[in-house]
Ligand binder design. Structure first.
Ligand code: APR
Length: 234
């Protein structure tokens, strides 16, 4: 069995990481156009750095939760059984990795990595970033930004994502509102390819044709349930 999992902010919510579109989510408090676009960064880099520096500091004290750990169990069982496991996350945290999942694709980048706007250089980043920081690759200052894919930019690895998605037997969207493309289109792509689709989320949404199965609840409750059901079929 090959399983493709898409995760969003909801899977990390119980680890204390914020979500975006819940009533108290980031975008209810901050303007995404000012904090999550290249234009916003160009207009006020200090404000953007302050937003991501605060989230990076919070992430360093956060812990993976039972939902992350359940997906690690699923990955291990599928690999042992000669199946396939592909985890594509929209999240920029490293909680899947800290739970032990080995193959994680960050389509929206990683908060614990910096990107140089001048040379494209990537480097690990576990402390605050500022416009004064100098890129180790090109030696220039002022270009370092969080390695985060902003609105209007192209997510990482779209070709590999689509290849893995259409060759899966099961697709699950976990902890995501399904509102931001291209990730929001993955369920429809899977459905069109005849793949079994699951929505595992606090809120159930979307046309009933999009998902064959729904598990509604907090991720730490329903993701282990989802994994138990799949483990019974491996
Ligand atoms: N357990 C399960 N689901 C939860 C929980 C929880 N404890 N808490 C919230 N959720 C659900 C919400 O009901 C919502 O459907 O998680 C979803 C979170 O949706 P968003 O806040 O929109 O986050 P996400 O879908 O990951 O956003 C996608 O938008 O701003 C961009 O780049 C950002 O990657 C992000 C993308």
């Amino acid at each position: 069995m090959k399983v493709f999992i898409l995760t969003g902010a909801g899977i990390s919510a119980e680890s204390g990481a914020g979500t975006f579109r819940d009533p108290k989510g980031f975008w209810a408090t901050f303007d995404p156009m000012k904090l999550a676009t290249p234009e916003g960064f160009a207009a006020d880099p200090d404000q953007v750095h302050a937003f991501y520096n605060a989230r990076r500091r919070d992430l360093l004290t956060a812990e993976a939760n039972d939902a992350h750990r359940a997906l690690t169990r699923l990955e291990q069982a599928l690999i042992r059984a000669g199946g396939g496991f592909w985890l594509c996350t929209q999240n920029i945290d490293d909680l899947h990795e800290r739970a032990g999942t080995r193959r994680v694709h960050h389509m929206h980048g990683e908060l614990l990595q910096s990107l140089c706007a001048h040379c494209g250089g990537l480097a690990p980043c576990r402390s605050d970033l500022s416009t004064a920081d100098i890129c180790r690759a090109c030696g220039r200052a002022g270009g370092l930004r969080p390695d985060v894919v902003w609105f209007g930019e192209t997510p990482y690895g779209m070709e590999q994502i689509e290849e893995a998605l259409v060759s899966a037997d099961v697709f699950a969207a976990i902890g995501t509102s399904g509102t931001v493309y291209p990730a929001a289109g993955f369920a429809g792509l899977a459905r069109a390819a005849g793949i079994e689709t699951w929505l595992v989320n606090l809120e159930i949404y979307g046309a009933s044709w999009e998902f064959d199965h729904h598990l509604a609840g907090r991720a730490t409750q329903v993701v282990p349930e989802f994994v138990t059901r799949l483990l019974g079929r491996i």
